[in-house]
Design a protein around this ligand. Structure first.
Ligand code: C5P
Length: 296
């Protein structure tokens, strides 16, 4: 294979409980993570050197040099594989940056997957996951690409029960939020883990389960970006909205709908009423197919 493309879908924290704080400052979580069919793209081609080109609407919001997580992922993988392999990598940056959608983590995961296929080589599973976690706390779940309960700081992955078919509207009001700052500003007691072990029958049941849980970063993010309150209100007011919640450390919020039509109507209405907001529709994805092994 001389070139291939791997999607890097947005990550959604359907709920996010902060369960503790480690001595190194990282927080332990209990979160249900799934994905939305709205994505960056990673394309890799055979090449002698290792280079990165960036395209797409948010290309100016990410570093273009070695600080870019895509090149960090490529360099870390190449070092682990101990071979001087190259690639011409292109990132199509369609997801807003610093937005709670794990875009950088998704890009890193898609890069690892694409390069393992291009280079026809891969580290052992545990080494790959350790490398992923070093790149960022959300990279392991993005690499696994499965709807999962996430524990630890992001490294403990437990496959979630089957989730009902749903449609997602994502809204980002254009205010970047720093993940460490939002975590650091969180106040109050830690939450308990609150997993469930059965498949919700439909969107109403999934929404009822999620409504009993929270995003524990909501309050601190809202303090820094009060517009999050306006986004959630605009989503909750829409016909057919089962649940509206902030993802990750914000400021992107998502809403769940049973039908594509209700989601698309919402997207069109919010686009019209709030031209400055980034509003997108996609399906809820429980298996992204990101973790492809090199062909034997
Ligand atoms: O690992 P990542 O680069 O995504 O995390 C960015 C920052 O977010 C960390 O340095 C930490 O301050 C905070 N964080 C945290 N607990 C997590 C994930 C991230 O405190 N589980």
């Amino acid at each position: 294979m001389s070139a291939l493309t791997v999607a890097a879908p947005a990550k959604l924290n359907l709920y996010l409980h902060v369960t503790g704080r480690r001595p190194d400052g990282y927080h332990t979580l209990d979160s249900l993570v799934a994905f939305a069919g709205i994505q960056d793209m990673i394309r890799v081609e055979e090449s002698r050197g290792l280079t990165l080109d960036i395209e797409g609407p948010f290309k100016d919001d990410v570093p273009h040099g070695e600080e870019n997580i895509v090149l960090q992922a490529a360099l870390a993988l190449r070092e682990k594989l101990e071979a001087p392999m190259g690639a011409k990598i292109t990132l199509v940056k369609r997801l807003p940056v610093a937005s709670g959608l794990g875009g950088g983590s998704a890009d890193a995961a898609a890069t690892l997957s694409a390069l393992m296929q291009l280079w026809k080589d891969a580290p052992a599973d545990d080494e790959l996951m350790a490398l992923a976690l070093k790149l960022g706390a959300d990279v392991p779940v993005c690499l696994a690409g499965q709807a999962c309960f996430v524990g630890g700081i992001g490294e403990e992955l437990t496959p979630a029960p089957k989730l009902p078919e749903s449609w997602v509207v994502l809204v980002n009001p254009g205010v970047p939020l720093s993940t460490p700052t939002v975590f650091a500003a969180r106040e109050g007691d830690f939450s308990r883990p609150n997993r469930f072990d059965y498949a919700p029958a439909d969107g109403a049941e999934l929404a009822a389960i999620l409504a009993e849980r929270t995003n524990d970063l909501h309050v601190s993010a809202l303090t820094m970006a009060p517009v999050i309150g306006d986004v959630l209100k605009a989503l909750k007011d829409r016909p057919g909205c089962r649940l509206a919640r902030m993802s990750g450390s914000g400021a992107t919020c998502f809403a769940l709908f049973d039908t594509a039509d209700a989601a698309i109507q919402t997207t069109m209405a919010l686009d019209k009423d709030h031209p400055g907001w980034w509003v997108k529709t996609g399906s809820l994805i429980c298996d992204t197919g990101t973790l492809s092994r090199p062909a034997p």
